[in-house]
Design a protein around this ligand. Structure first.
Ligand SMILES: Cc1cc2nc3c(=O)[nH]c(=O)nc-3n(C[C@H](O)[C@H](O)[C@H](O)COP(=O)(O)OP(=O)(O)OC[C@H]3O[C@@H](n4cnc5c(N)ncnc54)[C@H](O)[C@@H]3O)c2cc1C
Length: 474
């Protein structure tokens, strides 16, 4: 019997697999190998911090790029140009202040490569059904193979077989009339420095867009289509839609490498857990692509679940697993509300429909109301900070947090515990850092493996909290 069977190797399943692999948890991850295309191409700042912790940030930064300015045309004439958000400089607290564009297929490839480095791999297989009892889950794959696991995670996308098998309702709406033709194409007739768009100038609603995909020669094509149309997914269709939407015949499309019709779905599972089975990512919540939240929210789900599964598998308190739904369901509901509002603004042609603010970066999300959080900072993201060691060498706090461990920041005080990494800060400590001291203003601060502050307090409080968090087992 293995510890965890992950269904689906999209960004959510792969993030979980990488996290479990680095923790030495026996797992398998299966996927039939459905082509992904560029789909979720925007990685938000908080996701970049997660990917930094998981060891893939270098590869992502090498291939990704900032979102280019949007250029709106009337035919060949440029009528408006602007950015969704002005690029910001990195600060001590926020190392990745801007969204990074990486086509989803490449993010998945980078995660798969990391998984391979850690000794794991995605197996080509499909879940047919499963059953669970008090001891574990028995999964039946499409080829008849049986897999026994202590836990099963459904990261199998919006149409999730896992969710359906559990009979968990997926409440919300499908806006059947709001559909879009999407795909990855090439053209030599447009520059790669702008996201080229054509809209109905009266209603300001989008007609067709071509976004250059960083690190590739491709463009992501998007064009709304009426509910009644079911066009053939051929290059000729994309060409025809481009010409109809832009009024131009001088832009030749080539190399259609991925094609799909997208329907707007806004839904959330009523529960994220049933016994030994969990739902994560699109299996648990589906969003409008407006605001680029879907993939990012799935990655954060996996990152929240990974350390808890590991702790419980290693003998930590089983109640820890209840906090996955407790913490992630309200976050998913909030994100769903934000992306739906943006989607509706775009549908109505509102002038600020493409302005992107801080609420989308996911840096402000946290778990202040969680039963795992205590005190004024409990549940908030541990900001990055600059520290100096005794030799005056500069360090980043996030470098010290990187890895699967719990961390205790000890300010001008000592603390010892076998299951945490202790970082002593202050005149008598290993590091100095005025900013970090100002942020925490506390004797001791306990930081969870997923980079959220659990609590601040004195040594007995931190020890009690560590026991509740299963630190000895994580
Ligand atoms: C046009 C478009 C643009 C988008 N832009 C953004 C963006 O900018 N930012 C953002 O965050 N999100 C964006 N999204 C959303 C994003 O693509 C999804 O939220 C993301 O793919 C969800 O990841 P996931 O791993 O949860 O699910 P998926 O990516 O759907 O992966 C599920 C996996 O499960 C596998 N699977 C399914 N059934 C089974 C089974 N029975 N057995 C085994 N495996 C199975 C599938 O093959 C698939 O590989 C966009 C989506 C679209 C359509």
């Amino acid at each position: 019997m293995i510890d965890v069977l992950i269904i689906g190797a999209g960004p959510t399943g792969l993030t979980l697999a990488v996290d479990l692999a680095r923790r030495g948890i026996r797992h398998r991850i299966i996927d039939p190998g459905t082509p992904t295309g560029s789909r979720g191409k925007g990685l938000q700042p908080r996701t970049l911090e997660v990917f930094d912790d998981l060891g893939v940030i270098g590869a992502l930064l090498d291939t990704g790029g900032l979102y280019p300015p949007i250029r709106a045309y009337a035919g060949a004439e440029v009528v408006w140009e602007g950015r969704m958000a002005e690029p910001k400089d990195a600060s001590d607290a926020v190392p990745y202040p801007n969204g990074l564009m990486v086509p989803q297929w490449r993010t998945e490839q980078i995660l798969r490569d990391r998984l391979a480095e850690l000794g794991g791999r995605v197996e080509k297989a499909e879940l047919a059904t499963f059953a669970q009892d008090a001891d574990g889950v028995t999964a039946t794959l499409a080829d008849g193979t049986i897999v026994h696991a202590a836990y099963l995670v459904g990261a199998d996308g919006g149409r999730s077989t896992v969710r359906k098998t559990l009979g968990i309702s997926f409440a919300g709406e499908t806006r059947a009339e709001e559909r879009a033709l999407i795909g990855d194409v090439r053209t030599a007739d447009l520059d790669r420095d702008h996201w080229h768009t054509w809209a109905d100038l009266e209603t300001r609603t989008a007609r067709v867009g071509l976004c250059p995909l960083a690190g590739t020669d491709d463009f992501q094509f998007t064009a709304p289509i009426p509910a009644s149309e079911n066009p053939e997914l051929t290059l000729a269709t994309y060409q025809k839609m481009l010409e109809a939407g832009s009024g131009r015949t001088d832009i030749r499309l080539t190399d259609l490498t991925w094609s799909s019709i997208y329907r707007v779905n806004i839904r959330m599972a009523e529960r994220f857990r049933d016994g030994r089975v969990f739902l994560a990512g699109d299996a648990a919540h589906v969003h409008s692509p407006a605001g680029g939240q879907g993939l990012n929210t799935g990655v954060q789900d996996a990152y929240n679940l990974g350390w808890k599964l590991a702790a419980v598998i290693n003998g930590g308190p089983p109640a820890l697993l209840d906090t996955y739904e407790e913490e992630r369901l309200p976050v998913a509901a909030g994100v769903l509300g934000i992306s739906t509002k943006l989607h509706e603004k775009a549908a109505r042609g509102q002038a600020d429909a493409y302005q992107r603010g801080e609420e989308l970066q996911q840096l402000l999300l946290g778990y202040p109301d969680s039963s795992l959080s205590a005190g004024p900072l409990g549940g908030t993201r541990a900001p990055d900070a600059v520290l100096h060691d005794k030799s005056g060498i500069r360090h980043r706090l996030h470098d010290l947090l990187r890895g699967p461990h719990f961390t205790v920041l000890a300010f001008d005080t000592e603390f010892e515990h076998p299951d945490v990494r202790v970082v002593t800060i202050g005149e008598r400590g290993d590091y100095t850092g005025t900013e970090v001291q100002a942020t925490y203003a506390a004797g001791l601060a306990l930081i969870r493996p997923d980079g959220y502050i659990a609590c601040t307090g004195d040594a007995p409080e931190i020890r009690t909290h560590l026991a509740r968090l299963g630190a000895a087992a994580a």
